[in-house]
Design a protein around this ligand. Sequence first.
Ligand code: SF4
Ligand code: SF4
Length: 364
Amino acid sequence: MKKLRDYSEEIYKCTKCGLCQAVCPIFLETGLETSVSRGKFTILNGIINGHLKLNKKIGKYLEMCLGCRACFDFCPAGINAEEIIYAARAEYAEKYGVNPIKKLAIVTLNLIQGLRRSGSKRSSHSFMRFRVKPGMTGSGKIAYFPGCFDTSAKAVKTVLEKNGYDVYIPKGFSCCGMAARSAGDINTFNKLMQNNISKIPEDTEFILTECASCGSAWQDYPENIAKKAINIYKFLDKTDIYIPENAKYNKTVTWHDPCHLARFQKVSGEPRNILKKIPGIKFVEMEEPGKCCGAAGTFCITNSKVSLAVSKSKAKNIISTKADIVATGCSGCKIGIAQGLAGLGKIKPIVSSIEILAELYSQE
Ligand code: SF4
Ligand code: SF4
């Protein structure tokens, strides 16, 4: 992984135009220059040039980023603030240690995965196999990475089986490492990554992920592995999805784009396509479907006030649609949306498109 100093030219490209202010969810809530990429680049430039010291106060400013990449999409100079801020956090963690709350969250996630591993009855012998292999030429062996929260794993199994694939989840996966990476805990990220890679047999053609954050973490693994990882919506959208006769899902549904899906993996049309194929669904778009949900992993714990404000802003857009159901594809976003809705005194079911499809199949 690149060091902060390796980004000096990138940082210097910032023209201070301030356009990032219009899209940074944290700046929109706080109005603080230190919370937007432009302000952070001014500070980081000072550190690289030796005019400023990376101290604890600056560490707090570095925390104020959701890693949503909204500014990257909007920046005329094309600077990826998320990547640079994460490199700065890693440098900060080397000097002062990882934020203890974040460390606790990282340990807890691994504990959850460990408990699941010890209780797992999942097969480690068979692979999912394509009955049809659209545009795919390899072994046809596919593994599924369920992630720590694993909220959609049962639905994923149902949907894949109904569409002609057997489910294979290798034993011994750990957390994907996203929480460690964003906290600047690169040693832990590398350990988790190495463990996960070691569980994937060499002739695996694809590694499916449903959780957007997990999928993004796999994109940060070495290229030979990253290119095998594919989001399940992208995967299914290429196939002729099975729709049972006479089954209907008579609900109004809106879709929230997880940052780690739409911006990091460029997957946004695919989950919508799947929803629109489901008979009975009335699909409604919310305003700013790609605006961050505010959870951002441990951000909702370490900066709960700002996180809630961002989540409420998301929830307002959801409520305006009058949708019965909120669909999304990230376990972290489910938390952000739930806290935003609850903050406005509302409750709505928050599910993934895969869970809706599984419910449709259950009508058979
Ligand atoms: S939009 Fe890009 S160039 Fe403009 S101030 Fe923000 S980071 Fe700098
Ligand atoms: S990545 Fe998101 S939260 Fe971080 S500075 Fe950019 S827009 Fe703001």
